[in-house]
Design a binder for this molecule. Structure first.
Ligand SMILES: [Zn+2]
Length: 465
């Protein structure tokens, strides 16, 4: 068996690991690199393996940093199957189409600007087009949790619930080596215990090789989910009282549904008055439909709500904004309201427009509900930087900034360690992936204190077993 780290090694994005058993090659994820100027170059570099020889991709979940290079893989000649849970297949389609549309718009905008300046624009092209994204869909093969599937006579796998996002999975790979059965477990992204809607991450008891995410390897969330909901209620009440608006930068897939679920509870139990809540995202409606279609994946609390007749993501006052014109009209809207828009780290998307208009107003509040990567506008705001640059202009930060990290869909330091304590004996080797250097190193340190053999892999590093 040969393992090669092709992304998310010493960093959070670009999740992709190659596993070769005899002559069968599979990929664990094929995610996009995000953040940093060099991402444009990195995403366009050739894969460090031959895509035509890859037999299958085992996709952990639908977030772009896990699935975003799939269209490039297909463009490079990949003809195998993409295995994922049914919900992940559905969500990935929405995510890739949205990304492709943004790429096309970006390229068109760049070309227009260069033409205007009379400069060469022939080098500009979208990373992938809508048509290229659609070619990925034909390769999807949905697999339920727990079902073994043979990729080759000596390589099989099954998915376990990772509790991070609807349909999110860990991948368990098994093969024979010298007459002994070996087992690799890839966590994908691990969810935080007690998150709404999704079930808790499945406990795993054994593995020879463990590839473990470490986004929060060096930090605990300051609040639990319930405390976050209470704090959100307080922030909304105060902001409404001041006549301001609450801006929530949020990923459209997963986090937004969590926030809606929380607001649904607050409004329907009358802990919050009915007020306009705008979800400013063209993909939100499609994602909600997937969440409504896959109720079989809900945790018990969400299931009970549905049985009791509640629609857990819709409540009076909620409006989903789809067109750009509707989105622009929100700038004229003068009543107190809540606006939820992407991207979650304010690196792009409609939230940037809302920040441009609202960040300088003392009455407003900006509520972060997830991880903010280095170099992102979100990270600057959370760290108290002011003024900040938005669309090339400096803006004084007068709105109140809050971080409700308990909404995060990632297990924090304590939960990651708790999850590892399910192992009856330490894996022969553990790799901390999907974390900024400090976070991955911290997780490795904590595991070493428990006498685990753990390291942070380098990008491109190979391991034979
Ligand atoms: Zn994720």
């Amino acid at each position: 068996m040969l393992l090669k780290f092709c992304g998310a090694a010493g960093e959070v994005t670009g999740s992709c690991h190659m596993v070769q058993v005899e002559d069968t090659i599979v990929l664990l994820d094929c995610g996009i690199f995000q953040g940093g100027e060099e991402r444009h170059i990195r995403n366009r570099q050739p894969f460090p393996f031959d895509p035509q020889k890859v037999k299958a991709v085992l996709l952990s979940h639908a977030h772009l940093d896990h699935c975003g290079r799939l269209p490039l893989l297909v463009k490079a000649g990949f003809k195998g199957k993409i295995f994922a849970t049914d919900a992940t297949c559905d969500l990935t389609k929405i995510v890739l189409l949205d990304a492709a549309k943004l790429q096309e718009e970006d390229a068109a905008w760049k070309i227009k600007r260069l033409k205007k300046k009379g400069e060469d624009w022939s080098w500009v092209s979208p990373l992938f087009t809508v048509q290229e994204a659609e070619q990925v869909f034909e390769l999807f093969e949905p697999i339920p949790y727990g079902e073994w599937l043979e990729i080759s006579p000596n390589l099989r796998f099954r998915f376990h619930d990772a509790g991070h996002l609807l349909g999110s999975a860990m991948v368990e790979l098994r093969w024979q080596s010298d007459g002994i059965e070996r087992k690799l477990l890839f966590t994908g992204d691990l969810g935080q215990k007690g998150l709404p809607i999704v079930r808790d991450p499945e406990p795993i008891e054994e593995a020879d090789l463990l590839l473990m995410e470490s986004t929060y390897g060096n930090r605990d969330h300051t609040m639990g989910f319930k405390e976050c909901v209470e704090k959100l209620q307080e922030i909304v009440k105060e902001t409404v009282h001041r006549g301001g608006r609450v801006l929530i930068p949020s990923f459209a897939v997963g986090r937004t549904q969590e926030i809606l679920y929380a607001l649904n509870d607050l409004v329907e139990s009358k802990q919050l008055p009915i007020l306009p809540v705008f979800v400013d995202s063209p993909m939100a409606r499609a994602v909600l439909k997937v969440y409504q279609r896959h109720r079989e994946l809900y945790d018990e609390e969400a299931e009970q709500k549905v049985i009791g007749g509640d629609e857990p993501f819709t409540f009076p006052g909620l409006k989903i904004i789809e067109t750009v014109d509707e989105s622009k009209m929100l700038n004229e809207f003068s009543e107190p309201c809540i606006i939820i828009a992407g991207s979650g780290m304010c690196t792009g998307g409609r939230i940037k427009h809302h920040l441009w208009h609202g960040i300088g107003n003392y009455n407003n509040a900006i509520v972060f509900v997830g991880f903010q990567a280095k170099g992102s506008l979100g990270r600057q705001l959370v760290e108290g930087v002011s003024p900040v640059r938005i669309f090339g202009e400096m803006h004084e930060v007068r709105a109140k900034i809050f971080m409700l990290d308990g909404f995060s869909a990632h297990a924090d330091r304590k939960s990651l360690l708790q999850w590892t304590s399910n192992f009856v004996k330490p894996p022969a080797q553990t790799f901390a992936v999907h974390g900024e250097q400090e976070a991955s190193i911290a997780l490795v340190q904590s595991l070493k204190e428990r006498f685990w053999n753990a390291t942070v892999p380098q990008l491109g590093q190979e391991l034979k077993m």
